[in-house]
Ligand binder design. Structure first.
Ligand SMILES: [Zn+2]
Length: 466
């Protein structure tokens, strides 16, 4: 009894400490303190969404309009989200959404999805065999009250003590928290795509910066055009789950579905199958890592947290966030990153978080030799399962060579699509447990084929050299 009480006290302390330190997540409901309301569309909004915006019919016009908003980059001038966030319906999403879980709700395997059912059965058997004692922790909102957990951290649970290196016996690779290139900032943003991020994306474009975007599947369905812009701009896309909840609280099936359907949504809407993911709130353990690995998703966390998402939450102030940014910059100036580079957690969440990055970007670019997407900093020239899409190597990035235009994706996608409309766009193989991109032959869904001309049109107009 005493042992249990002690354990709970330790856990409560750890939880409190983690919360104070900033576990890197945020409550999606409270995620925009003091700022404009982030438009999170209700599951029933789609049918009544603003068909009249003309976005679907004049897709490129939307992008032109987005880009005409350049220059409004000062925080005070950031776009009015009520204008930026006019809801719209997008036919390719309407065409496939019946095959998906309801947006913003916990994902489960869809009854007709035989591919997912089969793949999960294999993964679940592995989990039950290898990690029978690694069970769900707490609730999906991160409430760990009453949770009993062994203080030795057998599950390498990040939320416990920020464990990122599973025991060798698990066969799991360590989470990615830094990049090997010296003096290099691995640039990424969490929680898009979102309607209010155009100013940030304009800024990145103007600065010739590409980033790794950790996209939420439900947001991809809500704001597909913004996601398509990211692709056209040359950003890297990683998975940030379907509904953005604490992953270690889910059952095996739910955790699988959260990753599977977010990845599938990115494939069906944006045309690529990511090979990386980031757990919301950093909440990952060996059970979740095993599921991610089976889906060919590398786990990327971070080594530095700006805490930008939690200003006015848990006592974090804007001065704290300034100090966090400055500390990383100072680190570059004092030699901390002479042999590697940090992956820094920041968000495209709201005007404040975007503005904060833009405020420090000149200093970051001055202090660091390179500011590049995580894939480039890791020298991963094929960040997606589709082998026909190549990404600039680190050397190519820093020498400013051109990336493969996005149009190449669509060309090959169209030619390789053979009516594989079953939704098997994941390309994941149950035997692909090595964590490598064994899914390079992933088939293309019919939705992707339908998107090909649209993507090609965007790439035609907007593909920009690196
Ligand atoms: Zn997030």
């Amino acid at each position: 009894m005493l042992k249990t009480a002690l354990l709970l006290a330790v856990l409560a302390t750890a939880h409190s400490a983690a919360a104070h330190r900033g576990c890197g997540g945020h409550d999606m409901i409270k995620r925009n303190p003091g700022g404009p309301v982030i438009q999170r569309r209700a599951p029933t909004d789609e049918a009544s969404a603003a068909q009249s915006t003309g976005c679907v019919e004049t897709l490129c016009g939307v992008f032109v309009e987005m880009r005409s908003r350049r220059g409004r980059l000062r925080r005070a001038d950031l776009p009015d989200p009520n204008t930026e966030c006019a809801a719209y319906s997008y036919q390719p999403v309407l065409d496939i959404k019946a095959n998906y879980p309801t947006i913003w709700q916990t994902a489960t395997i869809q009854a007709s999805d035989t591919d997912a059912t089969s793949l999960f059965a294999t993964i679940n058997a592995t989990l039950n065999s290898k990690l029978p004692n690694d069970l769900p922790h707490g609730t999906t909102t991160g409430n760990w009250t009453g949770v009993s957990y062994n203080a030795s951290d057998p599950d390498c649970w990040w939320s416990w003590h920020q464990c990122t290196t599973p025991a060798a016996s698990t066969g799991l690779p360590a989470d990615i928290i830094n990049v090997p290139e010296p003096m290099t900032w691995g640039l990424g943003f969490d929680d898009g795509p979102n309607c209010s991020h155009n100013a940030l994306y304009d800024y990145l474009q103007e600065q010739n910066l590409k980033a790794t975007m950790f996209y939420i599947g439900s947001n991809v369905f809500d704001w597909p055009l913004q996601g398509l812009r990211a692709m056209a701009d040359g950003h890297q896309i990683c998975v940030h789950t379907w509904s953005h909840q604490y992953m270690t609280a889910f059952t095996n099936e739910e955790a699988f579905a959260e990753l599977y359907y977010a990845r599938k949504a990115i494939k069906d809407v944006l045309g690529v199958t990511p090979l990386c993911w980031r757990p919301p709130y950093g909440d990952v353990d060996n059970r979740i890592r095993t599921i991610a690995q089976a889906l060919n998703l590398s786990t990327i966390v971070w080594s530095k947290d700006t805490d930008d998402w939690k200003v006015n939450i848990s006592g974090v102030t804007e001065a704290d966030v300034d100090a966090n940014y400055q500390a990383v910059i100072t680190g570059a100036q004092n030699g901390t990153y002479s042999t590697y580079g940090p992956i820094v957690l920041n968000h495209e969440l709201n005007n404040y978080t975007m503005g904060e990055f833009m405020k420090y970007a000149p200093s970051i670019m001055s202090a660091f030799k390179h500011v590049v997407p995580i894939a480039s900093a890791l020298n991963e020239s094929q960040p997606y399962a589709e082998s026909n899409y190549t990404y600039p190597t680190f050397e190519q990035v820093i020498s400013n060579q051109s990336a493969t235009p996005a149009s190449e994706i669509t060309t090959s996608a169209g030619s390789s699509a053979t009516g594989a409309a079953s939704g098997s766009s994941s390309g994941a193989s149950s035997s692909a447990s090595s964590g490598t991109s064994a899914a390079k032959s992933g088939t293309m869904s019919r939705a992707t084929v339908a998107l090909a001309p649209i993507l090609a049109a965007i790439a035609c107009v907007f593909a920009v050299p690196w």
